[in-house]
Design a binder for this molecule. Structure first.
Ligand SMILES: [Zn+2]
Length: 418
C-alpha cells in the first residue's frame, strides 16, 4: 500500500468534478482505497509520497489515434480529407511495410503518448501485420490499456496499400488469434472506413468479430465526402453506420466510431442501439475534416462520447488539449447552428477524456475508491499573484499546459520512471 498527498480532482459524474484539496489518497494493489483530509489512524505507518500543492488527476484516454501518422503531425494540414489521404497519409502509411522504420516510429509514438499523460488508447496501425504487431506488443509491455487494430483496406487507395480480400481476412484472423488473450493492449477490428472496404471484406470481418468476440473501430460519418462515398458504394444501406451493422460488426465487443460529424437519425439510432462510442477529435475536425460534432446535443440524447487526438489529422499528442478544444468548438456550434445545439462545460469535456473513456477500458479514468489507479501529477500552472484552486489548475492545464507540467505519472498504482 502507498499513500499520496496532493490536491485531488476527478470526474464525479458527467457534470461534476470531485475536488479534494490538500488530501491523502490510499492505493492498494493498484486500486484506490479511499481519500481523506487527514491520514487515518490505521495508515499512519504506510509510506507517503508528498506532492505538496500539485494536483493529482486521472490519466487521459486517447480513443482515436493513428500511430503510423506520428511523423506527419502538424504538417500538410491545409489539405482537406480526400486530398490529405492521397497526398500525405497514404504515402506515409505505405512506408510501414518496412519493419525497421515502423519500430523507430512506434517507439517514439508510445514514448510521446505516455509523456503527454495518455495511458489508455485505441490505436490504428496500418495494413501491415508485422509492424502493427510490434505496436501492440510494445504498448502492452508498457502497460497501456487499450486496443490496436491492423487496418483493413481492399479498395480506394494507392496500389501498395491495398490487400486482396482473403489475404486481409487471413492476416487479421492470425492477429486476433495471437493477441486476443492479452491483458493490457488487445486487438480490435479496424476497417479503415467504408470508402476503402468492400462488402465482402466487411462481412468477413463481421464473422471474425463474432468468432473471437472482438469489437471494431472505424471512421463514422466523418465528412460529407466520406458519407457520400459510403452512400454510393453501399446503396443498400440507409446510412454509414448501417453498413457496419449489416456486416455484423456492431455486436461483438466495443464499437468506436470516430468523428460522427454528420450523423442522420438512423446513424444515431444504430450506434446507440449497440452502446457504441462516438469519438470526438476536435483539432482534426477543424483541420482536414472541416466539421463540428454536435457534442452537447448528442450528450443530451445519452450518446457515449469520448475524445481522441486523431494524429495526424489532429496535431497535438495531448488529449488534454482536445478536452479544451471540445468546449471551444461546442460554442461555435451553438453560435452558428443554435437550433438543437448547446455548448458543453469544461467538466463535461474532462469527463469525456477521462472517466467516460476509462470505463470502456476497465475501471479507470477516475480516482474514486475502487478505481484502477492510473494518474498524473500536474503542477506549475498558478501565477505568483494568483494561486489557482485545484479545479482551475486542471482547466488551465487543458488549455495551456504542456507535458512539462506533468511532474509524475502512476500506472496500476506504481510510479512510472522518468
Ligand atoms: Zn482517424
Amino acid at each position: 500500500m502507498r499513500l499520496i498527498h496532493a490536491d485531488i480532482v476527478y470526474s464525479e459524474d458527467r457534470e461534476t468534478l470531485a475536488v479534494h484539496p490538500d488530501s491523502y489518497i490510499a492505493v492498494d494493489n493498484g486500486m484506490v482505497k479511499g481519500i481523506w483530509p487527514v491520514i487515518p489512524e490505521e495508515y499512519q505507518n504506510v509510506p507517503l509520497t508528498d506532492h505538496g500543492e500539485a494536483v493529482l488527476i486521472p490519466a487521459f484516454s486517447d480513443l482515436h489515434v493513428h500511430a503510423p501518422q506520428y511523423l506527419n503531425r502538424g504538417l500538410e494540414t491545409d489539405l482537406l480529407l480526400a486530398d490529405w489521404l492521397e497526398q500525405c497519409t497514404f504515402p506515409m502509411e505505405a512506408r510501414f511495410a518496412d519493419p525497421g522504420f515502423a519500430k523507430a516510429v512506434y517507439d517514439a509514438f508510445i514514448d510521446d503518448l505516455i509523456a503527454n499523460g495518455t495511458m489508455h488508447a485505441c490505436v490504428f496501425g496500418t495494413i501491415h501485420t508485422e509492424a502493427t504487431a510490434y505496436l501492440l506488443e510494445s504498448m502492452d509491455r508498457k502497460g497501456i490499456k487499450g486496443f490496436v487494430g491492423k487496418v483493413n483496406m481492399d479498395r480506394g487507395a494507392q496500389e501498395d496499400l491495398l490487400e486482396d480480400t482473403r489475404g486481409s481476412l487471413r492476416e487479421t484472423e492470425a492477429f486476433l488469434e495471437k493477441y486476443s488473450g492479452n491483458r493490457n493492449t488487445r486487438p480490435i477490428l479496424t476497417p479503415r472506413f467504408a470508402p476503402t472496404c468492400t462488402r465482402e471484406l466487411l462481412r468477413g470481418l463481421g464473422g471474425l468479430g463474432k468468432k473471437y468476440g472482438v469489437g471494431m473501430q472505424t471512421h463514422l460519418v466523418e465528412s460529407r465526402w466520406e458519407a457520400e462515398q459510403a452512400g454510393t458504394l453501399f446503396p443498400e444501406c440507409s446510412c454509414d453506420t448501417e453498413i457496419y451493422e449489416k456486416a455484423g460488426l456492431m455486436d461483438n465487443g466495443p464499437v468506436l466510431g470516430a468523428h460522427f460529424i454528420f450523423p442522420s437519425e438512423e446513424d444515431v439510432r444504430i450506434l446507440q442501439k449497440y452502446d457504441g462510442y462516438a469519438v470526438h477529435c476536435p483539432d482534426s475536425t477543424i483541420s482536414v475534416i472541416a466539421g463540428i460534432m454536435q457534442a452537447g446535443a448528442l450528450l443530451d440524447r445519452g450518446m457515449r462520447i469520448c475524445v481522441g487526438s486523431d494524429i495526424s489529422a489532429g496535431h497535438h499528442m495531448g488529449v488534454y488539449t482536445q478536452a479544451a478544444r471540445a468546449v471551444q468548438l461546442s460554442k461555435l456550434k451553438q453560435f452558428y447552428e443554435p437550433e438543437g445545439n448547446r455548448k458543453i462545460t469544461f467538466p463535461e469535456a474532462f469527463w469525456m477524456a477521462t472517466k467516460q473513456s476509462g470505463q470502456l477500458l476497465g475501471n479507470t479514468g477516475t480516482l474514486a475508491p475502487g478505481a484502477v489507479f492510473d494518474a498524473l501529477v500536474i503542477d506549475g500552472l498558478s501565477d505568483t499573484a494568483r494561486k489557482l484552486r485545484p479545479e482551475q489548475t486542471v482547466e488551465r492545464f487543458c488549455y495551456i499546459g504542456t507535458r512539462e507540467n506533468i511532474r509524475a505519472r502512476y500506472l496500476n498504482g506504481e510510479p512510472m520512471p522518468g
